[in-house]
Ligand binder design. Structure first.
Ligand code: NAP
Length: 244
């Protein structure tokens, strides 16, 4: 994947960081996106110190205009835009009867609307290059549902319909779009769960353990590769066997 430009949101930590590191080791130039500029700068330095290529691009993906500008600026700066990984996401969990309008709106806005905004900005430069790989990071919650996550599951399920649609709209232009749907992965997001919830979750995973961010990164790297050119509109669960 030499010299391909990959734009990865949520690259400051967790799954997005592992994806950025993997794509950099695959030979991509990685545009690192999140709000924490310091962490992005540190990661860009780590990647370049190891012989890779990366740049920090601080951006709040909840700000649609800033996100679209970050995509188009990256495409202009590099004269190409090959891989988009919409990974950044948040949770605001609560049972339905207690869920506020704000918790609903924020999760749909940050998790789903951002993917729409970034994809809309990315497909033009991708079509110009006659190559594009869109990988949207969903969740098993969007496939199976999960008590306490009506907002999050709706956003992640919405991402599946959205991804299948753009996969169909741009398939003839060399652009594919797929979802990677992680199960329980050890990151800050799951670290915040109470121990009892983590124990119960582990029991439901056939692999009997949480996955690692690197295990998600390998799936993303494959879908971003030339070898995945005929895979489009799919949902790849990376969940230790949790979903059918
Ligand atoms: P995490 O550890 O909480 O990291 C979230 C990342 O998103 C951070 O880099 C954060 O960076 C960034 N982010 C959050 N809000 C943002 C905003 N408004 N603008 C820009 N960046 C923002 O989460 P994770 O576990 O790695 O999850 C990554 C993705 O995988 C998410 O979409 C999540 O829904 C999905 N997922 C995770 C699991 C799991 O078990 N961990 C399971 C299924 C799906 P800053 O704070 O620096 O902005």
């Amino acid at each position: 994947m030499d010299r391909r430009v990959a734009f990865v949101t949520g690259a400051s930590r967790g799954i997005g960081r592992a994806i950025a590191e993997k794509l950099a080791s695959d030979g991509c130039h990685v545009v690192l996106v999140a709000r924490s500029a310091d962490r992005l700068e540190a990661l860009a330095k780590e990647i370049t110190d190891q012989g890779g290529s990366a740049e920090a691009c601080p951006c709040d993906i909840g700000d649609g205009e800033a996100l679209a500008t970050a995509v188009t600026d990256a495409a202009e700066r590099h004269g190409r835009f090959d891989i988009l990984v919409n990974n950044a996401g948040i949770t605001r969990d609560d049972l339905l009867l207690r869920m506020s309008d704000e918790a609903w709106d924020e999760v749909i806005h940050v998790n789903l609307r951002s993917a729409f905004v970034a994809c809309r900005a990315a497909v033009r430069p991708m079509m110009r290059g006659r190559f594009g790989r869109i990988i949207n990071v969903g969740s098993v919650s969007g496939v199976m549902g999960n008590p306490g996550q009506a907002n999050y599951a709706a956003a992640k399920a919405g991402m599946i319909g959205f991804t299948k649609t753009i996969g169909k709209e741009f398939a003839g232009k060399g652009v594919t779009a797929n979802v990677v749907a992680p199960g329980f992965i050890a990151t800050d997001m799951t670290d915040a769960l109470p121990d009892l919830v983590k124990e119960e979750a582990t029991k439901r995973i056939p692999a009997k353990r949480f996955g690692t961010p690197e295990e998600i990164a390998h799936a993303v790297s494959f879908l971003a590769s030339d070898g995945a050119s005929y895979i489009n509109g799919r949902v790849l669960a990376v969940d230790g066997g949790m979903t059918d």
